[in-house]
Design a binder for this molecule. Structure first.
Ligand SMILES: O=C(CO)COP(=O)(O)O
Length: 254
């Protein structure tokens, strides 16, 4: 059975103290209110990682993630953070290939393939983001775009390595816009992704892969989205900055 995951992506929000306060609220709610087998993941800025991991100690329902990692193991890359450093904080996940990294920081599939290797080599699990822009959707290119992102970013991995990867389908036109993909639109893509994975890695690997939906997900629309057979949870931006909203989304799987 594949894991159900609700991951929050704080993006570049929350100073150190605000982040600790928000996370403390989340931990308290998680321990009292999560009754299912789902995992909550909080992907914070680097500055919070170690402190959040300390606060989460002893709670297996909540894990910590980063939002990026450098492709090299170490060296003269001023201002960058390595996968090994992230691992040493107690974090377990790293978001890779978020559309904001692709758009504003020029990250392409080739670079993301290298980052994936480095993250996996350091014992972290990538939350690998894929998804089409509005232009690509309107031009009916979205299946091709997603297939290429998978092929170029991930298909060099062995089946065993791929078993560590969580996928997140985030249509770029739905991120931060209040415009969610309908549950049918999202399910169509998630089923397509799973069929692609089955063709590449076999049905068992495809069935075991957690595929999250991201893009204006909130406590209202999450129940319908997460009820779809191929949607295994969410990658939550704005709503993850409010402890109650985030927990209400996590609790959809109770
Ligand atoms: O980009 C996202 C999560 O990574 C989604 O952001 P929003 O939930 O704010 O639309």
């Amino acid at each position: 059975m594949r894991k159900k995951i609700v991951a929050g992506n704080w993006k570049m929000n929350m100073d150190y103290n605000e982040g600790l306060a928000l996370f403390s609220e989340i931990v308290n709610m998680v321990k009292d209110e999560i009754t299912g087998q789902q995992q909550a993941v909080v992907c914070s800025p680097f500055i919070h990682l170690h402190s959040l991991a300390q606060l989460a100690k002893g709670y297996d329902k909540i894990a910590i993630g980063a939002q990026n990692a450098h492709q090299n193991e170490s060296g003269a890359f001023t201002g960058e953070t390595s996968a090994k450093m992230i691992k040493s904080t107690g974090a377990a996940y790293v978001i890779l290939g978020h559309s904001e990294r692709r758009q504003y920081f020029g990250e392409n599939n080739e670079l993301l393939a290298k980052k994936t290797d480095t993250v996996l080599a350091n014992g972290l699990k990538p939350i690998f983001c894929i998804g089409e822009t509005l232009d690509e959707r309107e031009a009916n290119q979205y299946f091709d775009v997603i297939k290429t992102q998978l092929q170029e970013g991930l298909y060099h991995l062995s089946a065993e390595q791929f078993g560590q990867v969580v996928l997140a389908y985030e249509p770029v036109w739905a991120i931060g816009t209040g415009k969610t993909a309908t549950s049918d639109q999202a399910q169509e893509i998630h089923a397509f992704i799973r069929a692609e994975l089955a063709a590449k890695y076999g049905q068992e690997v495809a069935d075991d892969t957690t595929i999250l939906y991201g893009g204006s997900a909130n406590p209202k629309n999450a129940p319908e989205l997460f009820a779809q057979p191929d949607i295994d949870g969410g990658l939550i931006g704005g709503a993850s900055l409010k402890s109650r909203d985030f927990l209400d989304i996590v609790k959809v799987f109770n």
